[in-house]
Ligand binder design. Structure first.
Ligand code: ATP
Ligand code: MG
Length: 390
């Protein structure tokens, strides 16, 4: 039985003037997702997306799984194809929906006739297919108000298709419609979720990771790469910049008062991320900060952090409880990787009594003890980058 993928547009369907651009980005996302599974033709007609395999070698269930992670799709399903002939439609419905219909008690049929040459009109198609299914599955009844399932029959130009709605798609906005952002990724639970959440709003991700070898091991860096691979299944490929952070942290340990350690470290992170972001055409920084979670995430500390960068800082998890963040991390399958025990650079030098209500002036006086520009210059000069593919 030949199958195709059908999907409904999410928010894209609400766009006016720009709708064509959003649709194109959505189709680009669908094509990227399906490419590893064979040759497909994807298009949108009347707010429905169609993904048709071009030959028998295409892996339709594989492509379906990948499309479920494409942003901009509200609902999605597999549909069975057949010729535009009522007997063939009956046979296909029995075979494709039989197992499911056996479990249900009530159904109704909805028909759509894109091919106006087809001899039966939509209400007639509904009546005929409904009658056939009642005969074929005698335990079923028709319920037009609250059916357990709706059987959709669609007569298109080149074929008929049959399906039952539908799973939830990933929602959000098509990748590329929301600009480009620089994700500061640690290895923890929050930052991969933050990246996913903004990717879901159409943002293309770059990433920056501050790496303190040998205080943190190669495995900490591998962990970040594994996390980004998972996020990339949704966002598409991610350009990762690994910034050597060891020298900065060693100079800090010599010169900075312990209670300011985290704040000064965050100042360096923001300055460097801001610079790399601008050099790579990003319009914003993205972090996994959540209000009140740790000392450096009080409102006063976030204000200090913000003053070390010029781009807007997007913090999609700022108002979320840890529990809510963990739920998303589990769903996108980053959680188990995030909780692997490899230390990151923030945990290596953690002050015992961090400042929770810092003054910007006091942080600036700490920074005066260091040759900030030279340290940043060397760190940026040592950046290693790599492309993370899903
Ligand atoms: P996460 O769970 O993302 O590690 P967190 O709650 O542990 O976050 P912090 O360690 O204070 O919080 O870090 C706050 C944010 O700063 C992180 O969400 C991340 O965006 C960024 N960040 C922290 N450490 C690094 C790092 N080594 N490289 C890049 N960004 C980092
Ligand atoms: Mg962390």
């Amino acid at each position: 039985m030949r199958q195709i993928i059908l999907f409904k547009l999410g928010e894209v369907a609400l766009k006016g003037q720009n709708r064509r651009r959003f649709e194109k980005l959505l189709l680009d996302g669908v094509k990227r997702a399906c490419a590893p599974f064979g040759s497909f033709h994807a298009y949108i007609a009347q707010s429905t997306g169609y993904v048709e395999p071009q030959d028998d070698t295409a892996d339709v269930p594989g492509a379906y799984g990948a499309c479920k992670k494409v942003f901009g799709i509200s609902t999605i399903c597999l549909a069975a194809l057949c010729g535009k002939d009522m007997d063939e439609i009956y046979r296909t419905a029995d075979e494709f929906l039989g197992p499911r219909l056996s479990e249900l008690r009530t159904f109704k049929v909805e028909a759509k006739r894109a091919d106006k040459q087809f001899p039966l009109r939509s209400p007639e198609i509904c009546a005929e297919v409904g009658g056939h299914l009642l005969d074929a599955f005698p335990h079923l009844r028709v319920d037009v108000h609250r059916p357990d399932a709706i059987v959709y029959v669609e007569i298109r130009d080149r074929y008929a298709c049959i399906h039952e709605l539908a799973e939830k798609g990933e929602g959000g906005m098509p990748t590329g419609s929301g600009g480009r952002g620089m994700l500061l990724i640690s290895g923890g639970i929050d930052s991969p979720v933050a990246g996913y959440m903004l990717a879901r709003r159409g943002v293309v991700l770059n990433a920056v990771h501050f790496f303190s070898y040998p205080y943190t091991s190669e495995r900490a860096r591998d962990k970040v790469i594994s996390l980004l691979k998972k996020v990339a299944q949704y966002s598409g490929r991610i350009h990762l910049h690994v910034v050597p952070f060891t020298e900065i942290q060693e100079r800090m340990r010599e010169k900075i008062d312990e209670e300011y350690f985290t704040l000064v470290m965050r100042a360096f992170m923001m300055k460097i991320a801001d610079r790399v972001a601008k050099e790579t055409n990003c319009g914003a920084l993205i972090t996994g900060e959540s209000l009140g979670q740790v000392a450096s995430q009080t409102m006063e500390a976030l204000a200090v952090t913000n003053s070390f960068c010029t781009l807007p800082v997007l913090r999609p998890v700022v108002g979320m409880d840890k529990e809510d963040i963990v739920r998303i991390a589990r769903r996108i399958d980053t959680f188990e990787t995030s909780i692997l025990p490899y230390e990151d650079c923030c945990t290596v030098f953690t002050p015992r009594h961090p400042k929770t209500k810092p003054q910007l002036g006091a942080v600036l006086r700490q920074l005066e003890k260091l040759d900030v520009e030279a340290l940043i210059e060397r760190a940026v000069g040592g950046i290693e980058w790599q492309m993370i593919e899903p």
